[in-house]
Write a protein that binds this ligand. Structure first.
Ligand code: AMP
Ligand code: SF4
Length: 475
């Protein structure tokens, strides 16, 4: 389920379209289906005959575009963005796409992910005289592009991208081109689609369904695609790297109807549930999933174990995020407002509760107590991922290391802390079998939050900065 707004979030969703007369309107619809990737700011920038039109704001897409703003965004090319932000930096300046003008024309940038060396680069750029308007990593990239001063925009972007490290998917819009690229490890997802003669790109393929576009393929790790009046041109990556797609997109973050790098998210989650049932089975009367992200895994567990799947928890979809204040009492009230245990379903039952992850342990603790209050006689918690022990530096923002319960507690201590009768997680090799990989082979995935084995270097100053930011807000 969604953490109750008391954690930091840096995940985002990006979209781009080139060559369609309804570019801005289609961007709006596509972004609606990417809203789960970020709910704190949204924006669309379009381009028409050398002029850029942009509208950005804080809040949900429907709040930001509540009037006729979309109609004002003229042109047949556009990019859009939905953003979670770090608390304290959720300002309009940081809402994306960011736009810049220079002698070569206009440039708009939308970015999903996190750079591990943004802080170091920013310090360097500031020392050399760059003036920053926002606190976002994206502006660092804009400065790098402006300073590259290469012959073409693409060359300048490539020069900038050579300097940045981390997990990223970018969409750039100039007066004449839509450029999209994915980091050399493929940490963050990015897919290409087609709508008539127009090309579209999006963080997740579910956006294509919404606008009736056809899925073409994923952008390859390190690849850049340039879309202009001549069509699509691909520039494969030049850095040799080991593919390391984020497994957490599949476990928790992405929408179940998206396909990422050839795997359907719902099917992967269902398989994770099946593996849990096979490897970590327990006797019980019903299986329930924490809505929404754990329903697929719970269905898989139930199918494999032949224990009935039940709707033991119901989520209220209409709780405004602003109601949920960052104090422990209000968070607790928040969980109760957002989730109900169904007494007639769970009363007198031994329950298997499936959740996709435990980060700080707060959600599981509250849900186990909701179920017991509703009369469950036993609660067995099964998690469809390995213990989350290390902070993510690539854009899935959870907590500082010392707040991650699995980093500081043994399995038995965690079980005790959340009040479950039994608790089990998947191992990394079990997780990998859901993608068809034999145990202990070289996996083309990032599992760093479980293993501590980060695919990129992690820069100490940036890491410390990140950690203190996370602690400052989540404590
Ligand atoms: P916690 O209460 O910190 O243990 O959070 C775990 C719950 O939050 C699980 O139910 C997950 O589905 C959900 N979750 C995991 N990662 C994130 C994230 N990055 N943002 C929001 N919710 C998350
Ligand atoms: Fe995804 Fe975890 Fe890697 Fe972050 S560390 S990119 S959440 S797998």
């Amino acid at each position: 389920m969604d953490m109750m707004d008391d954690n930091l979030h840096e995940e985002c969703g990006v979209f781009g379209i080139f060559g369609h007369e309804d570019a801005a309107k289609l961007s709006y619809f596509a972004l609606l289906s990417l809203q789960h990737r970020g709910q704190e700011a949204a924006g669309i920038v379009s381009v028409d005959d050398g002029s850029m039109y942009n509208h950005r704001g804080l809040g949900l897409l429907t709040d930001v575009f509540s009037g006729n703003e979309v109609e004002q965004l003229k042109g047949d090319a556009a990019i859009g963005h939905v953003r979670y932000s770090t608390a304290g930096s959720n300002t309009l300046q940081n809402a994306q796409p960011l736009t810049f003008g220079n002698i070569d024309g206009n440039l708009a940038i939308g970015h999903n992910g996190n750079l591990v060396n943004a802080h170091s680069l920013r310090v360097l750029l500031e020392r050399q005289g760059s003036l920053f308007q926002s606190t976002s990593d994206t502006e660092v990239v804009a400065h790098l592009i402006a300073r590259a001063g290469r012959g073409s925009l693409l060359e300048s972007i490539h020069e900038a991208v050579r300097m940045i490290k981390g997990g990223f998917a970018f969409v750039f819009l100039s007066d004449t081109q839509l450029i999209a690229l994915r980091d050399p490890f493929g940490l963050r997802p990015l897919a290409i689609g087609k709508l008539g003669d127009a090309y579209v790109v999006a963080s997740e393929s579910c956006a294509f369904e919404t606008i009736n576009a056809e899925f073409v393929r994923d952008v390859e790790p390190g690849e850049t695609v340039v879309i202009d009046k001549d069509g699509l041109t691909s520039y494969p990556g030049t850095t040799r790297t080991q593919r390391a797609m984020c497994t957490f997109e599949h476990i928790y973050f992405a929408r179940p109807d998206s396909d990422i790098d050839g795997w359907n998210v719902h099917s992967v989650r269902k398989d994770l549930g099946r593996i849990l049932a096979r490897e970590h089975g327990v006797e019980a009367d019903i299986v329930i999933g924490v809505p929404d992200s754990s329903i697929s895994a719970a269905a898989g567990y139930a199918e494999e174990s032949h224990i009935p799947f039940e709707m033991g928890l119901v989520k209220n979809k209409y709780i405004a995020r602003t109601f949920i204040q960052p104090s422990p009492e209000m968070r607790d009230a928040g969980v109760r407002m957002k989730l109900n245990a169904v007494r007639s379903v769970v009363e007198g039952k031994r329950v298997i509760l499936i959740d996709d992850s435990i980060v700080r342990g707060t959600t599981s603790r509250r849900i186990v107590s909701l179920l017991r209050d509703a009369g469950a006689t036993e609660v067995h918690v099964r998690i469809s991922s390995p213990p989350y022990k290390n902070p993510c530096h690539y854009g899935i923002d959870t907590s500082a290391k010392k707040q991650l319960i699995a980093a500081t507690h043994s399995l038995e201590e965690m079980r005790d802390e959340i009040g479950a009768d039994t608790l089990s997680f998947l191992s990394v090799s079990e997780l990998m079998t859901a993608f068809g990989f034999e145990p202990n082979t070289r996996y083309p995935f990032c599992n760093a939050c479980f293993t501590g084995d980060y695919p990129t270097e992690v820069y100490e100053t940036d890491k410390l900065q990140n950690e203190s930011r996370k602690q400052g807000v989540t404590q």
